[in-house]
Design a protein around this ligand. Structure first.
Ligand SMILES: CC(C)(COP(=O)(O)OP(=O)(O)OC[C@H]1O[C@@H](n2cnc3c(N)ncnc32)[C@H](O)[C@@H]1OP(=O)(O)O)[C@@H](O)C(=O)NCCC(=O)NCCS
Length: 166
């Protein structure tokens, strides 16, 4: 069945947490080294900021990925800037699901009047850089060796997409 993208609900959070926990344990995409407490996901669901959205991709009634937007920094002048991220179960990658999630998420940010979206990608990550490029993000700059995980230093790169046309 074709993937469906919809807003996340409380009942999705176990599946979301499991997808993320796999990346925490085995990957570099997140700099978390322990799975976060359930409250972190609940807080994202509960955010009242008009630019905060939390979406899941569902295939055959199973959550196979998620994407969300949240604050870049909590100072007031950053109100119209959102940081975005996306994670899929390994079996769901490479089939357009990341693109579906991001197209929906970015449309919601633009509709909410957000000015720009930022994404921080740990390197190397060809799939994530490919996704961000395909979605109209521009590569802005590399920060060298800001992370250490699984025994190696990790660079990150910031990508940015302008959302407003004026
Ligand atoms: C990164 C990730 C979300 C990409 O999602 P995906 O569903 O695999 O990507 P899609 O199939 O939607 O592809 C989206 C675009 O990226 C490109 N792309 C995908 N994989 C690529 C790769 N390995 N190399 C280069 N480009 C790639 C595709 O060509 C596509 O471009 P198009 O729309 O112009 O055809 C997914 O691989 C994932 O969850 N990885 C693990 C977690 C992760 O790294 N998250 C990102 C945190 S910053």
């Amino acid at each position: 069945m074709a993937p469906l993208v919809r807003p996340a609900a409380e009942a999705d959070l176990d599946a979301v947490a499991a997808i993320y926990a796999h990346e925490v344990a085995h990957g570099y995409a997140t700099f978390d080294v322990e799975p976060p407490p359930r409250e972190r996901w609940s807080a994202k669901l509960a955010s009242a900021h008009e630019g905060d959205h939390f979406l899941v991709a569902v295939v055959d009634a199973e959550v196979v990925g998620f994407a969300y937007s949240g604050p870049f920094r909590d100072r007031g002048a950053y109100h119209h800037t959102r940081e975005v991220t996306v994670y899929l179960a390994a079996a769901a990658t490479g089939r357009g699901v990341g693109r579906l999630l991001y197209d929906d998420l970015l449309a919601r940010l633009a509709a909410a009047g957000m000015r720009t979206a930022l994404a921080c990608i740990a390197l190397p990550n060809d799939a994530s850089e490919g996704l961000h490029r395909a979605c109209g993000f521009e590569r802005q700059g590399v920060l060298r060796e800001v992370g250490r995980k699984h025994g190696r230093w990790i660079d990150v790169v910031w990508w940015q997409k302008m959302l407003a046309s004026d």
